[in-house]
Design a protein around this ligand. Structure first.
Ligand SMILES: Cc1ncc(COP(=O)(O)O)c(C=O)c1O
Length: 426
């Protein structure tokens, strides 16, 4: 033990923190969100719903009714069960049943957004050095949540089900089958079956992140991995799929209500982990949400779909108009994102740095979504939060910037420029 004559504590000394704290990286997206209010900035960063579409009136009425009723109010303001507010658990069980997953409330636990669900699952399944199978790219918040538990990342290709890397000590897989963050792509049914075959042969559980599943604009819904595995195994309690859902993308993220739906032994462990983490989520928020979803979940989703579909189309049209040759992008059937692939010589971090100074358009650079920090040629665009004119204007500016970078790279001008870390850029 070292002694010191100092009376003040040196918080710059990393040794004061546990080793795992060093792996806790700031979210690039949170950094971008700080720029949102600045004049002249067009933001395509963040998986952010349009606040004009929040069911604010219904939320206000539900809050008034609950707080105005003495019995409901004291229940909503008291400590409660870690599993969650029972009427909401019942609603979710019915919703999962409609999605082809017959289950009871014993198969569900409410979480503080699905993000807490990911953290608790990492805590339950990952020992340091365990292999975690993820797609590359994948949701950066999942990489953040799981990295704390010090896994070794390996890659699973959601199309073929093939796995790459050291899978000998695989502990868990994580995939986003519908309108993935960041690519917007959806895994077809035949590939989901292959993925389940791979995961089954590895003998590990798979976390299915269904954050965007309800936001389908085009095409037919595809059964979730959980629904497919329940068909295979005959019962949710025999399934290896752990489904993480959320109301953030359909109702409002500020309520912070998500859920996990899985076999009962998994739920029981998550409940214990949750007790240790924060006892339970806000009962008032869950009670409000229960009233809102009971009265108008479908109506609310139907309100979002045409608006988001239209904005996706506006962005796709603008990309076709303003992006130079050599740039390609995905065409999502739902969700919130388009994924751009730049010509080989370009770097999305350098593009963002220049964009902040010149065109003032922000997006999330590809490396944020890769466990190994690769993906320089890619960037993610969000289309749900901007109006038509802003989308067209922003893509025109971005197209100009990409064009400049292509010219500069052809003349060798960008080659020696330092890119710096993202944290230093924004
Ligand atoms: C794929 C995915 N999973 C989970 C989350 C976390 O959402 P929340 O914690 O608000 O439910 C997000 C948020 O953007 C996401 O994109």
């Amino acid at each position: 033990m070292s002694t010191s004559s100092r009376t003040w504590f040196d918080w710059q000394d990393e040794g004061a923190f546990a080793g795992r704290a060093a792996g806790m990286k700031p979210s690039a997206i949170r950094e971008f969100l700080k720029l949102l209010g600045q004049p002249g900035i067009v933001s395509f960063a963040g998986g952010i719903p349009d606040p004009a579409l929040f069911p604010s009136d219904a939320i206000a009425q539900a809050a008034a009714r609950i707080t105005g009723d003495p019995a409901l109010c004291s229940n909503a303001l008291q400590y409660a069960a870690s599993e969650g507010y029972e009427p909401l658990l019942e609603w979710i069980a019915g919703y999962m049943g409609d999605l082809g997953v017959p289950c009871t409330i014993d198969n569900i636990v409410i979480t503080t957004g699905s993000q807490q669900g990911l953290d608790l699952l990492g805590k339950l399944f990952l020992d340091p050095g365990d292999t975690l199978l993820v797609t590359a790219p994948t949701y950066l918040g999942a990489l953040q949540a799981f990295s704390v538990y010090e896994p070794v990342f390996a890659k699973v290709d959601p199309g073929s089900g093939a796995v790459y890397g050291d899978i000998a000590s695989s502990a868990m897989a994580y995939v986003i089958p519908d309108f993935a963050n960041p690519t917007g792509e959806t895994v077809p049914r035949s590939s989901r079956e292959r993925l389940l075959d791979t995961i089954t042969s590895l003998g590990v559980p798979v976390v299915e992140d269904a954050a965007y599943q309800a936001l389908r604009f085009d095409g037919e819904p595809i059964p979730s991995l959980l629904a497919l595995d329940v068909m295979r195994t005959g019962h949710i309690d025999r399934s290896r799929v752990i489904y993480a859902g959320t109301f953030s993308k359909t109702i409002a993220p500020g309520l912070r209500v998500g859920w996990i739906c899985a076999a009962r032994p998994v739920i029981q462990k998550v409940v214990r982990a949750r007790q240790a983490a924060d006892l339970h989520g806000s009962t008032l928020d869950q009670a409000i949400l229960h009233e809102v979803v009971t009265a108008r979940f479908d109506e609310q989703v139907q309100r979002l779909l045409p608006v988001y579909r239209h904005r996706r189309d506006v962005m796709l049209d603008a990309l076709a108009r303003f992006m130079p040759t050599g740039v390609s992008w995905t065409r999502p059937e739902g969700g919130m994102f388009i994924w751009l692939t730049l010509p080989e010589t370009l770097d999305s971090l350098a593009l963002l740095r220049d964009s902040l100074e010149e065109e003032r358009v922000i997006f999330v650079p590809g490396p944020s979504f890769f466990a190994d920090g690769s993906g320089e040629r890619h960037l993610r665009l969000n289309y749900t939060r901007s109006d038509d004119a802003t989308i067209v204007d922003g893509i025109e500016r971005l197209g100009r910037l990409v064009e400049r970078h292509i010219h500069e790279s052809m003349s060798g001008a960008t080659g020696s420029r330092p890119v710096g870390s993202l944290g230093g850029v924004v």
